[in-house]
Write a protein that binds this ligand. Structure first.
Ligand SMILES: [Zn+2]
Length: 329
């Protein structure tokens, strides 16, 4: 059973012409749903309320998104008439996916705008409200968030940095936006050890990502024993995507997602879409996840092996050394 949460209304969210986070991303995913015969099967959602947003964001920030029409939050994150409503709807899709995941149904929310760069009191990097964070709060259970977007989820990290009831794990490319996600950022106070960053170098490749999963992420998840697993599903680590150089191919993405589905407690897993700007590669990965859960096969068009930075395994080893202070790795 796979639950796909999708709202066509989000096509209305548009930045300037040529912006990578474009309505075409959803149109391309719609085509994929059509091809899968899911276009009438998917579930829609309702926007989150302000009180749900207030669980993770400040009133000042919410008011800024609501009232700042025409004023960009950063050069790539514009505000339009409809931004607030659509950002609330995107977060609502993540909440809806979690509602199903908690029943043991593997769920995937095709959210847009994305969310993981939105922090307690800031919006940036195409993100207004933090979809996965709002969804985690809505669950009210011990939750692990695994972020496989090429960019570090600075917003998600900041929101949960001092908490241990919500674990945040991110594997991302070092040295690109937003510049956070260093190994030493391990959480503070009660949250110390519950923020696990795995930065990888330029050109890292399939093998180091897989190694990060097998040597760090899966053991941490097994030890943490979450009741719910959320995946910030960024597909911009794909080699076809020009916004990172991590060089994953579709097969590796699917392999990673299958491993996460296997480790999820009783099927309680929701994938929440973050970045991913190559239209066909993004649709191919989403399609592959759905096909896997449905027990059908998918053939990857984007299957090239793009090589590996020889230093990438050293980065993984360094991450193992640092996180061994808090976890048995
Ligand atoms: Zn990204």
């Amino acid at each position: 059973m796979v639950v796909v949460v999708f709202n066509e209304d989000l096509i209305a969210h548009a930045h300037w012409e040529g912006h990578p986070e474009s309505p075409m991303r959803l149109k391309s995913l719609m085509k994929m749903l059509e091809r899968e015969g899911l276009i009438n099967d998917h579930i829609t959602a309702v926007p989150v309320t302000e009180s749900q947003l207030l669980c993770v964001h400040s009133q000042v920030m919410i008011d800024k998104v609501k009232g700042g029409k025409g004023i960009p939050l950063d050069p790539d994150t514009a505000l339009h008439e409809e931004t607030f409503d659509l950002a609330c709807l995107s977060a609502g899709m993540a909440v809806e996916a979690v509602r199903h995941a908690l029943k043991g149904e593997v769920s995937i929310a095709l959210t847009r705008p994305p969310g993981h760069h939105a922090g307690p009191d800031y919006s940036c990097g195409f993100c207004y409200f933090n979809n996965v964070a709002v969804a985690a709060e809505s669950a009210g259970v011990r939750t692990a968030i695994v972020d496989i977007d090429a960019h570090h989820g600075n917003g998600t990290q900041d929101i949960f940095y001092r908490r241990k009831d919500i674990l945040y794990v991110s594997v991302h490319e070092e040295g690109i936006f937003p510049g956070t996600g260093r190994l030493e950022e391990v959480g503070e106070g009660d949250g110390e050890g519950y923020n696990v960053n795995i930065p990888l170098p330029h050109g890292a490749g399939n093998d180091s990502f897989k190694e990060s999963m097998e040597r760090i992420i899966l053991p941490v998840l097994r030890q943490y024993r979450p009741e719910l697993l959320l995946v910030s599903l960024g597909i911009d680590a794909h080699y076809a995507d020009r916004y990172s150089t991590l060089n994953l191919n579709t097969d590796m993405y699917l392999h990673l997602c299958k491993m996460l589905i296997e480790v999820a407690p009783g099927g309680c897993i929701a994938f929440i879409l973050e970045g991913g700007y190559h239209l066909r590669a993004t649709a191919e990965v989403v399609h592959g996840i759905i096909a896997h859960v449905k027990g059908t096969s998918s053939v990857a068009e984007y299957a090239e092996e793009s090589g590996e930075n020889p230093r990438a395994m050293e980065y993984v080893q360094r991450a193992v050394d640092v996180h061994s202070r808090h976890w048995d790795l």
